[in-house]
Design a protein around this ligand. Structure first.
Ligand SMILES: C[S@@+](CC[C@H](N)C(=O)[O-])C[C@H]1O[C@@H](n2cnc3c(N)ncnc32)[C@H](O)[C@@H]1O
Length: 504
C-alpha cells in the first residue's frame, strides 16, 4: 500500500494554520487544503501564497458541505476562488468531493455533468461517512459511472458496504484515509490503492463450429433455474401429448451436451417408459463417452444416441412429437439456432418444439468500461439511457423462415449524457407459460449461465430527450451470418469484421 503522508490544512481551523504550516515544512511532501467555509478557505489560500509563493504541490480539495443546503452550486463559487491568477501557473489538483447529500439527488448529477463540460480540470471524489446508510443506490450508480479520483473516508469507517460496491463494480479507486495525528489538530491523509479486478468478458461462443469444453458444460450445469424451467416445460408438454392419446410419443433432444436435460426428461418419463421413444443427437465427440455411460447406468439404455451434426441427417425431422434443444446464444439467435432447426419448420399437428419462441432485446447504455469489441459481459458499472425494446422474434416451427432480419429502433434518451453501446439479451418461451430469460436477475426465470451481449459504439455525447436511433441487421453470405448496426452515421461490424457466426 502506497502511503503518501500529507498535511491537511482545514480552512475552518485557520487560527492554527501557521502552526500547521511549520509542521508541514518539516514532515510532509504534500499539502492538502480542505475547505468547508469559503471565506476561511480564501484566507488560507492567501496565507499560503504569501508564505511560500513558489510552492507548487498543493492538492486542493473541495468539500461542499455544510454550505448552502448541500447544493452543487457551491462548487461553482469555489471555482471562482481557485481561479485566482496567482494559482493558474501552479501544478495544483482540484477535486470536488461530493457526499451523500449531493449523491442523493439526480438534479445534482445533471448540474455536475453541465459543470464538468465547462470546467474540465476538476476531478470528482466521494466522501463517505459513518452516517451514509441512506445513500440512494440508484443515484449512486449514476455517480459511479463518472471518473472518480478517490474516496475520502474517515479512519474508522463503520460500513464496509461501500467497499463491497466498488469491488463488485470493479472500480479501482484510491482511498484517502483520514487519520488523527498524535498531538496536533491536523490530520494526515494516507493514499492507498484499492484494487479491483477488471471486468471479465468473452467473445461469443460458437458451439456449432467450435466444440465446447467439459469445463464449459460444467459451468452451464450450475444454472439450476435453466434446468428446472426446462423440466417444468417438459412436464407440461408431455402431459399435453399424453392427453392426445398418441400411442408412442417420439422425442428428439438435439445437443444434450453433458446430459443434464436428458436426466430431467428421464425423471419425468421413467415411470411410463413404454409410452416413449427417445433419440438424442450430439455433434461434440467429447460428450459421447459420458452420454453412453449415463445411458447405461442411469437411463436404462432407453436413449438412442447418435454422434453427428443434425444437419448431416436429412430427413431427421422424422415424425417426432417433441423436439427439444438448447441452442440459444445471449442474443437469442447468435448460436444459429434458427438455422440448425430449419428442417423442423413445417408445422405438424402433433409436434411440440421446446423452445417455442424467443425474442432479442436491446438497450442503449453508458459504461465507463473500455470495450471495443462485441462481447459477452455481465456489466456491473453502467446506466441505461432508455428502456429496452424488442428487436426480433423467432418461433419454432418457423414456417416463413429466412436468416436475414432488420429492425430500426428509436430510444428516447432518458437522462444520460453519453452512450457507449447497446446491451442485448433474449427472453424465451420454452412451452406454455414457462420462460427463461437472462436480464432481470430478480425474476424467477432468470438464468445466470448466459452473460448479456454488448455491442459497443464510439462513445457519443447525447442530451436528455434526444432520440437515439439504431438500425440493427442480421446479414448472411454463404455460410456466414453477422449483425451490422448503424448508430449516429457510423456502421459497426461491417461484413462481420469484429464478430462473424459460422455455419460451417
Ligand atoms: C448450448 S449447448 C447446450 C448443452 C446442453 N443441452 C445443456 O443445456 O446443458 C448446445 C449443445 O448443442 C450441440 N450442438 C450444436 N449444434 C448442433 C448440431 N447441429 N447437431 C448436434 N448437436 C449440436 C453442441 O455441441 C452443444 O453440446
Amino acid at each position: 500500500m502506497a502511503r503518501h503522508n500529507g498535511l491537511v490544512v482545514c480552512a475552518s481551523s485557520f487560527s492554527t494554520i501557521d502552526k500547521q504550516y511549520s509542521q508541514f515544512e518539516q514532515n510532509f511532501k504534500l499539502l492538502y487544503l480542505i475547505n468547508d467555509n469559503q471565506d476561511l478557505f480564501e484566507n488560507s489560500l492567501d496565507y499560503l501564497l504569501n508564505k511560500d509563493p513558489n510552492w507548487n504541490r498543493y492538492t486542493i480539495i473541495q468539500t461542499p458541505t455544510p454550505v448552502k443546503d448541500h447544493k452543487v452550486e457551491y462548487v461553482f463559487e469555489f471555482h471562482e476562488v481557485v481561479s485566482k491568477p496567482e494559482l493558474t501557473n501552479k501544478d495544483i489538483n482540484f477535486y470536488m468531493i461530493i457526499d451523500s447529500t449531493i449523491i442523493n439527488s439526480i438534479e445534482n448529477w445533471h448540474k455536475f455533468n453541465k459543470f464538468k463540460r465547462k470546467f474540465k480540470d476538476y476531478s470528482l471524489a466521494l466522501k463517505l461517512s459513518n452516517e451514509d446508510d441512506q445513500i440512494n443506490k440508484q443515484y449512486l450508480d449514476l455517480w459511479l459511472t463518472e471518473a472518480i479520483s478517490f474516496i475520502y473516508v474517515p479512519n474508522k469507517i463503520k460500513s464496509f458496504e461501500f467497499f463491497k460496491i466498488f469491488q463488485f463494480k470493479s472500480i479501482p479507486i484510491p482511498l484517502l484515509i483520514m487519520e488523527n495525528a498524535k498531538d496536533h489538530e491536523q490530520v494526515c491523509l494516507i493514499k492507498s490503492q484499492h484494487r479491483a479486478s477488471p471486468q471479465f468478458y468473452l467473445k461469443p461462443l460458437q458451439p456449432l463450429v467450435e466444440n465446447l469444453s467439459i469445463g464449459i458444460y460444467k459451468q452451464f450445469e450450475k444454472d439450476q433455474t435453466k434446468y428446472n424451467q426446462f423440466a417444468e416445460a417438459f412436464e407440461l408438454a408431455i402431459n399435453d401429448l399424453l392427453l392426445k392419446k398418441i400411442p408412442t410419443i417420439k422425442i428428439l433432444l438435439i445437443g444434450p451436451g453433458n446430459g443434464k436435460l436428458l436426466t430431467k426428461l428421464w425423471n419425468i418419463i421413467k415411470t411410463n417408459l413404454d409410452k416413449f421413444e427417445i433419440d438424442a443427437i450430439e455433434k461434440n465427440p467429447i460428450c459421447i463417452g459420458d452420454l453412453k455411460d449415463k445411458n447405461k447406468k442411469l437411463w436404462k439404455s432407453k436413449i438412442q444416441l447418435v454422434e453427428d451434426d443434425l444437419r448431416n441427417l436429412p430427413g431427421s425431422e422424422g415424425d417426432y412429437n417433441l423436439v427439444i434443444s438448447e441452442l440459444l446464444g445471449s442474443f437469442g439467435d447468435n448460436e444459429l439456432c434458427p438455422e440448425i432447426l430449419a428442417q423442423f419448420n413445417q408445422p405438424k399437428p402433433d409436434l411440440i418444439m421446446i423452445p417455442g419462441d424467443y425474442t432479442s432485446y436491446l438497450q442503449p447504455i453508458f459504461t465507463p468500461v473500455k470495450l471495443n469489441t462485441i462481447a459477452l459481459i455481465k456489466l456491473t458499472n453502467y446506466y441505461p439511457n432508455s428502456d429496452p425494446q424488442p428487436v426480433w422474434e423467432w418461433q419454432h416451427p418457423e414456417p416463413h423462415f429466412q436468416s436475414t432480419k432488420s429492425k430500426k429502433l428509436t430510444f428516447i434518451n432518458r437522462y444520460g449524457y453519453k452512450v457507449s453501446g447497446f446491451l442485448g439479451w433474449f427472453n424465451c418461451t420454452l412451452y406454455g407459460h414457462i420462460n427463461i430469460q437472462i436480464h432481470d436477475d430478480q425474476a424467477k426465470d432468470y438464468c445466470k449461465s448466459w452473460f448479456p451481449i454488448y455491442f459497443p459504439v464510439k462513445p457519443k455525447h447525447v442530451k436528455p430527450g434526444d432520440n437515439l436511433v439504431v438500425e440493427f441487421h442480421r446479414k448472411k453470405r454463404d455460410d456466414l451470418i453477422w449483425y451490422e448496426y448503424e448508430f449516429q452515421g457510423k456502421l459497426y461490424n461491417q461484413n462481420g469484421c469484429d464478430y462473424l457466426m459460422h455455419l460451417s
